[in-house]
Design a protein around this ligand. Sequence first.
Ligand code: 5AD
Length: 346
Amino acid sequence: MITKQLIDKLDKNKYLNKDEFVYLIDNCGEDSKSYLADKALKQKEAVFGKKIYIRGLIEISNYCKNNCFYCGIRRDNKSICRYRLSKEEILECCRIGYDIGFRTFVMQGAEDDEFPDELLIDIIERINEKYPDCAITLSVGEREKSVYQAFYEAGANRYLLRHETADEEHYRKLHPKSMSLKHRKQCLYDLKKIGYQTGTGFMVGSPFQTSTNLADDLLFIKELNPEMVGIGPYISQKDTPFKNQKSGSLEKTLLMLGLVRLMLPRTLIPSTTALGTISEGGREMGLLAGANVIMPNLSPEGARKLYNLYDNKLHTGLEAAEHLHKLKKKVLSVGQEIVTDRGDYK
Ligand code: 5AD
C-alpha cells in the first residue's frame, strides 16, 4: 500500500516532498494510521524511552491586543472577564509547582501591552534565583528581537510561538490585516538565533485549512527545525467570528503528531489540552502517537476558566497540576511514565 510505503520513506529519510505529504494526509486509512502511530511511538521511545516530561503552565494574562478570528481571548471579545497575574501570584504558582515536581515553568500570556517587559524580566530573574534547577519557557507572542534578547539574558531558556499556518493566503483568513505571517516567521528565526529552544506549531482543522496547507506546515517545520512542536485540534469558540465553524478531529491531529515525530525524532511534542478537550482520553492517545510532553495547568484557580481560548477548555481533573498523582497513574496505564526532569532538547 502506497501510504505505508510513504510512512516508511518518511521514517527512513526524515523527509517527504509536498505532494507526498498531501497524498498521505488525504489517503491514510485506519490501518495506515495505526501503522504510523506505532512507528511514531517506537521513534519516541528510541530517543526518550518511556519518559514523559511535564511542564507547569502559568497563564499570566488574558488581555490581548490582537484579534485572531479563532481565539476566544481576542481583543473584541467583550464577554470575558480579563485578568493579569501579579509577580507574587506567579511566584506562588512556581512554589506550588516546584513542590509537586515541576522542573519547567511555562509563562504563557496573550499579547498584553500593559504587562511591562521589565516586570517579566524581574519575574524571570526571581524564578531563576529561587529555582536554578528549573527551565523557564515563555509564550507571550510576537516581540522585538531586543526584547526576546533581554528575556533570554534574564534567564528564559525556551520560547513557544506557533506559526499557526505556513501559507500566506490561509494566514490572511485566520488573522486581521494588522498581523503578518512574515513577521511571525521572522520572530521564530530571531528566537532561534538568540539561542532559545524554540517551539512552533499549528492547529489541525482550522477554518479553510486544506491538506496542502498542512503539508506546508510540515515543510516549514522541517526547515525551521524547532526543538518543540505544539499541535492541537482547532476548537470553535462561541464569542469569535468562527463560532459556527466546525472543530478539528482527533484522528487528523494524531496523524499530524505522528508525521512530525518521524520527521523530527528528537523534538519535544506536547499532547495538548485541546486534544484532551475534543475527545475523552485524547491526550493519552497523543502520547501513543508520538507526543512526549504534557502541560498541566498551574495557574491560580480563578484564572483557569478565564483563559478560554476555545469552548469547554479542560482545566480541572487531570489538567490541573495539583492532581499530578492522578495524571501519573493515567500515563502509567498506557505504558508511559511521567518523570521529574527539566526535559531539555538533546
Ligand atoms: N482552538 C484551538 N486552539 C486555539 N488556539 C487559539 N485559539 C484556539 C482555538 N479556538 C491556540 C493557538 C495559539 C495557542 C496558544 O492556542 O494555536 O497559538
